[in-house]
Ligand binder design. Structure first.
Ligand SMILES: [Fe+2]
Length: 261
């Protein structure tokens, strides 16, 4: 018969401190030196450059609720499931359609694409553009990490939440380059995708990812499984960002060739 726990049971987390130290490791922080962030922060994007990033990023955001749902099936203690439910509810706008994060990010993308001079329907681009293989791989492989075991799922979630919080700040910093394309209130309205993520709730998701991993980490072998999934997720993410940077670079090269040709 499988072990039974009750919602109020206290689960020991002897390796919590070591899990929380994972995000301080220099090899983890290297994710922020990826080529895409450099381009986004320091160069001006054309509508075509922006579409390459935005379409791939949109599909990644879209996959988030499914990934957390898979993790919720794998991680079967009460406290963790309650926390994951809150996380999914945030992603789904607490049941209010227009607040679903996938729609909030889409509104930001549509607005900026149009202001940059994009001529196509952005929604059509999202539906018809072929994704980069690294985007497809990221979505598939991170879901697989969430299926393996509670340790693997919580290591992946820790990487997701920790990187996610920092990623939002970096994307907002880069978005400031386009501040002059908006009236003041328009700019802040368009920044809602960033603002919903930089509040208390998202910091809680990051801290909860540590405690979720902690509850499932009782031995050295457990810790190793969390650590491996954490770095596997960051590795997939790095491939995703670098592939976007490469695709933008190639698009810029062909645009420059067309001009001179
Ligand atoms: Fe979100």
């Amino acid at each position: 018969m499988p072990a039974v726990t009750f919602p109020a049971d206290v689960v020991q987390a002897p390796l919590l401190q070591r899990i929380s130290e994972l995000i301080e490791l220099p090899e983890a922080k290297r994710i922020f030196d990826n080529r895409f962030y450099g381009e986004w922060l320091r160069t001006d994007f054309s509508p075509d450059d922006f579409a390459i990033f935005a379409v791939n990023y949109y599909h990644r955001v879209y996959a988030t609720t499914r990934r957390i749902s898979i993790a919720m099936e794998t991680i079967d203690d009460w406290q963790s499931r309650i926390q994951l439910l809150h996380n999914i509810s945030d992603e789904l706008g607490h049941g209010v359609e227009e607040n679903v994060h996938a729609l909030v990010v889409l509104r930001w993308m549509e607005g900026l694409y149009e202001r940059l001079g994009g001529q196509s329907s952005f929604r059509e681009l999202v539906q018809t553009t072929k994704l980069l293989p690294e985007t497809e791989r990221f979505i598939r492989a991170t879901e697989d990490l969430c299926r393996v075991s509670p340790r693997s799922a919580s290591g992946a979630l820790l990487a997701q939440e920790w990187h996610g919080y920092n990623q939002i700040a970096i994307l907002l910093d880069g978005f400031m380059r386009y501040r002059s394309l908006y009236e003041t209130i328009e700019f802040h309205d368009s920044s809602e995708y960033f603002y919903v993520h930089l509040g208390r709730a998202e910091k809680e998701h990051r801290d909860q990812a540590i405690t979720i991993a902690g509850r499932h980490c009782q031995t050295e072998a457990d810790f190793e499984e969390v650590r491996a999934a954490f770095f596997a997720y960051l590795g997939l993410l790095r491939e995703f960002w670098d592939a976007i940077a490469d695709a933008v670079w190639q698009a810029r090269q062909s645009a420059a060739l067309q001009k001179t040709g």
